[in-house]
Design a protein around this ligand. Structure first.
Ligand SMILES: *Cc1c(COP(=O)(O)O)cnc(C)c1O
Length: 448
């Protein structure tokens, strides 16, 4: 693998798992008490530890414990924690200027990020990009632009989708608990349609697409739809990979009816799957591509990249926001693109998939609680079931994730039914760390 762990600029974070206290250790326990007094219950945490520093694929907590990070802060640290090039670019920008506001006095890196997104998102049509702060803001603006462009209001989304936590994006997100319950009323004219979920519905891509399209035509009518928003691989919904042909059929239908076809690649994009954007694996060319999580090495930045004629629909002054495209975040994003290109990091997704998927299949052959292994590149998951059935097994997921945390592996859960363990390691993780994490997982299943 590439030596993207070599860092002259950050502290001593060896790429090894090391547990030196009980989990959580005393300093984390003390912070937890302060946290409980100062931070609301709604902002909960998956792990009981507090972070002190991180590098590559390792997170170090305040008690000196070192964790193998298979979550990357939900797929954000795609090229690794404290990547030296990203740290250098952001640091230099901090000393130059930290805010200007593109709607007042613009700056080059805003344009550079837009150019890079135009270059690396699918399709060679003319594209334009607006930058904002978060994934939810990207979804909000994509819907805003699609409505303005089409003069229609309806928004189609898929079952098990996750698009964010603002009022509009809560409406577009599928799962009530914990994202929506008690937070309504929600934005109107949002329509969830059945998705393609091969493990559960057994449908091929054509049949699943026909079901989605028929549902939307009956319930809403194509001519009332401004856009259809899809995650090429569903993230929070459980790393659901659609059946072959499903997404192209949806695109064909959208194109035929003037519906803006939007790929929410906030989790699946930015080289995580071995392609710049996961849309490429499915042969689709969306009208708009949304990026966020992995784009700026942990700094808050998001993009809406779309066909120039769609993006130019809103009037001057119709799009913006105070911090959108922040200069430090934009500088970091330019460095992220540069690292992926010059270090050939598109090759890391397939490498990680090779090691991790093989190991997960091997575990599946020994533990019948593992129903399926799915995903692409460094975006993999296993669905846990009640052995011998397809019934979700959320209790087993909680146990395995808790065991992993106790033994120095950060492992995230997902899924509408809470029965999915997802693997989102950074592209900087070594084969050795992956194998070691698989060993911990083996012990966790054995302990069930
Ligand atoms: C995380 C995520 C979002 C929301 O992004 P935020 O930055 O948390 O607002 C939207 N869509 C997908 C697919 C995501 O994974």
């Amino acid at each position: 693998m590439t030596d993207i762990l070599t860092s002259p600029t950050v502290g001593p974070v060896t790429q090894e798992r090391r547990i030196v206290t009980a989990i959580p250790g005393p300093r984390s326990i003390a912070l937890q008490a302060r946290r409980a007094a100062a931070v609301p219950t709604g902002v909960s945490s998956a792990l009981p530890i507090f972070v002190e520093r991180a590098h590559g694929a390792i997170v170090v907590d305040v008690d000196g414990n070192q964790f193998i990070d298979l979550g990357s802060g939900i797929g954000v640290m795609t090229i690794g924690h404290t990547n030296p090039a990203v740290v250098a670019a952001a640091t230099a920008q901090l000393g130059a200027f930290t805010h200007a506001m593109v709607t007042i006095t613009p700056y080059e890196n805003y344009i550079r990020v837009a150019e890079l997104l135009a270059e690396h998102t699918p399709g060679d049509h003319a594209k334009k990009t607006m930058l904002i702060n978060s994934g939810a803001e990207a979804v909000e603006n994509a819907v805003k632009i699609a409505r303005n462009h089409t003069g229609r209001t309806g928004v189609a989304v898929l079952d098990h989708a996750y698009h964010g936590r603002t009022n509009l994006t809560m409406a577009m997100t599928f799962k009530a608990m914990p994202y929506k319950l008690g937070f309504g009323p929600f934005a109107s004219d949002i329509h969830h349609a059945p998705n393609s979920y091969p493990f559960h519905d057994g449908l091929n891509g054509a049949d699943a697409a026909a079901r989605t399209i028929s549902y939307l035509e009956k319930k809403v009518g194509a001519t009332d739809l401004a856009c259809l928003v899809v995650e090429p691989i569903q993230g929070e919904g459980g790393f659901v990979v659609p059946a072959e042909g499903y997404l192209p059929a949806l695109q064909t239908w959208c194109n035929a009816h003037g519906i803006v076809f939007i790929a929410d690649e906030i989790q699946s994009g930015m080289a995580r799957t071995g392609a710049w954007f996961a849309s490429e694996h499915f042969g689709i060319v969306p009208d708009m591509v949304l990026s966020a999580k992995g784009i700026a090495g942990g700094l808050p930045l998001a993009g809406v990249t779309g066909r120039a004629e769609i993006m130019d629909s809103p009037h001057a002054g119709g799009l913006g926001g105070t911090f959108g495209g922040n200069p430090v975040a934009a500088a970091a994003a330019v460095a992220v693109f540069d690292e992926i290109s010059t270090r050939g990091l598109l090759a890391e997704g397939p490498r990680i998939e090779g090691v991790l998927k093989t190991g997960l299949h091997e575990l599946q052959s020994r533990y019948d609680v593992i129903g399926d292994v799915r995903g692409i590149g460094a975006m993999l998951a296993i669905g846990l079931v009640v052995p011998g059935t397809h019934d979700p097994n959320a209790a087993a997921v909680s146990s395995v994730a808790a065991y992993a945390a106790q033994h120095g592996v950060i492992l995230l859960t997902a899924g509408t039914y809470g029965n999915v363990l997802r693997f989102l390691p950074s592209l900087a993780i070594s084969d050795e760390l992956l194998v070691e994490a698989l060993g911990v997982l083996d012990d966790a299943f054995a302990a069930l």
